[in-house]
Design a protein around this ligand. Structure first.
Ligand SMILES: *Cc1c(COP(=O)(O)O)cnc(C)c1O
Length: 351
C-alpha cells in the first residue's frame, strides 16, 4: 500500500523523492538542459577558471538532512558544478584524446539505467551477456580482427568483452599472462615457492607505451622492462629479442609483451610483424596489442594495413569511447583463448 508521500519503485519505498509523473516531467527538462548545454557549448570557456578546492568552499560540510526540490538541485548544478567542469565536448577542446558522445549513446545509457540490471552472469540477465558477445563480434569484424578473436566463428575459442577502460584491458591481459606463466612454471618446478617464481617474471613494453602498462606491472608484482623504440617511435623485433635473451641468460622469464598500435603521445605503431615471431620463440609469452584510440580507425578499409601482424596477438583492445561516438566508459577487448582469462580471474561457482 502506498501512503501519502510514498512511492514504491520495485522493492524500494521512496519518500518525498520523485514519482513517475515528476520523472516524466523532469526527464523532459533534463533533455532540454542537455540540448541547450551542447548547442551553446561554444560560448563557455573550455577549462574552468577556479582554484583547487573551490567546490568544498561552496558546498555544505554535511549532507543535507532534508531533501531539496529538483529545481534547487539543478540551480546548484549550473552555479556550482558547471564552473568546475572542463568541457570535453567543446569544439575547442584539444587536450588528451577525444571523448565519445552522441545522442543515441546517451539514450542507450538512459535505457540501461532504467532497466537497472546487473549482468554479472548469463542467468543474471541473459540479453545483456548475449548482446555483448554479438555486438563485440560485429565490432571485431568491422575492425578486421582475425577469426580467432570472434566468439561465433566455427572453431574459435576466443571472443570479446566490454571493460571499463584500456588500463583495465591491459591489467586483465597481464593477469591472464601471469596465471598462464605461473601454471607452467609450477609444473616444471613443483617444489619452488610461487613467490620465487613470480619474482622471475619479466614483462616488456616500449617507452612510448601508455603508463597503464607500468601500473599493471605494479599491481601484478612483476618486473617491467621499458624498451627504446626506433627513430619512428616504433618498437622493433630485434630490440625486443635482445632484451628477452639477455634477461633469460640471467635467469629471468619473459612472459608478457604489451605493444601499441597508435601510441597516445604521437600515434606511432610498434612493429607487430617483427614482434610476433619473436614472442613465439619463447615458450610461453603473451602478446597484447593496445589500440586504445587508433584501433577504432581500423574500421576504415584504407587503414586496415596498420593491423598487420595482429594474428600473433593473444589479446587486443580499443576504446569506442574515444572515437566511436560512444560515451565513457566502453572499452572493448578481445582474446584468442577466453578460458585463459577465465582461469586467471573468474571464480566459477560449483554450488
Ligand atoms: C587512452 C589510452 C589508454 C588509456 O585508456 P583508459 O581507457 O583511460 O585506461 C591506453 N593506451 C592508449 C594507447 C591510449 O591512447
Amino acid at each position: 500500500m502506498e501512503k501519502e508521500n510514498e512511492f514504491v519503485v520495485g522493492r524500494v519505498v521512496l519518500r518525498d523523492i520523485m514519482d513517475c509523473d515528476e520523472f516524466r516531467c523532469r526527464g523532459k527538462e533534463m533533455i532540454e538542459y542537455i540540448c541547450n548545454y551542447l548547442e551553446n557549448l561554444e560560448s563557455r570557456r573550455v577549462t574552468p577558471n577556479i582554484e583547487p578546492g573551490y567546490l568544498r568552499k561552496i558546498l555544505p560540510e554535511e549532507a543535507p538532512e532534508n531533501p531539496e526540490g529538483w529545481d534547487q538541485i539543478m540551480a546548484d548544478v549550473e552555479s556550482k558544478i558547471m564552473p568546475g567542469v572542463t568541457h570535453w565536448q567543446h569544439p575547442r577542446f584539444h587536450a588528451y584524446f577525444p571523448s565519445g558522445n552522441s545522442f543515441p549513446s546517451i539514450l542507450g545509457d538512459m535505457l540501461s539505467d532504467g532497466i537497472g540490471c546487473v549482468g554479472f552472469s548469463w542467468a543474471a540477465s541473459p540479453a545483456l551477456t548475449e548482446l555483448e558477445s554479438i555486438v563485440l563480434d560485429w565490432l571485431g569484424k568491422a575492425i578486421g580482427l582475425p577469426d580467432q578473436f570472434l566468439a561465433f566463428k566455427e572453431g574459435s575459442r576466443g571472443g570479446g568483452v566490454i571493460q571499463t577502460s584500456a588500463s583495465e584491458c591491459v591489467l586483465v591481459s597481464m593477469l591472464a599472462a601471469r596465471a598462464q606463466a605461473l601454471k607452467r612454471l609450477k609444473q616444471q618446478h613443483p617444489f619452488v615457492e610461487e613467490g620465487v617464481l613470480l619474482s622471475k617474471l619479466m614483462a616488456y613494453c616500449s617507452k612510448e607505451a601508455h603508463s597503464c602498462v607500468e601500473k599493471a606491472a605494479m599491481i601484478c608484482f612483476v618486473k617491467l622492462r621499458i624498451l627504446e623504440p626506433d627513430e619512428k617511435s616504433s618498437l622493433r623485433g630485434k630490440t625486443l629479442m635482445m632484451a628477452m635473451e639477455e634477461d633469460e641468460t640471467v635467469g629471468l622469464i619473459p612472459f608478457f609483451v604489451s605493444t601499441t598500435l597508435g601510441t597516445t603521445s604521437c600515434c606511432s605503431f610498434d612493429n607487430l610483424p617483427e614482434i610476433g615471431p619473436v614472442c613465439q620463440k619463447f615458450p610461453c609469452v603473451w602478446l597484447h596489442v593496445d589500440g586504445a584510440y587508433a584501433g577504432n580507425a581500423f574500421i576504415c578499409p584504407e587503414l586496415k594495413y596498420l593491423l598487420s601482424g595482429i594474428d600473433y596477438a593473444d589479446s587486443f583492445n580499443t576504446n569506442p569511447n574515444k572515437w566511436l561516438l560512444t560515451n565513457f566508459d566502453c572499452s572493448t577487448m578481445w582474446v584468442s583463448l577466453s578460458e585463459k582469462i577465465n582461469k586467471a580471474i573468474v571464480i566459477i561457482s560449483t554450488s
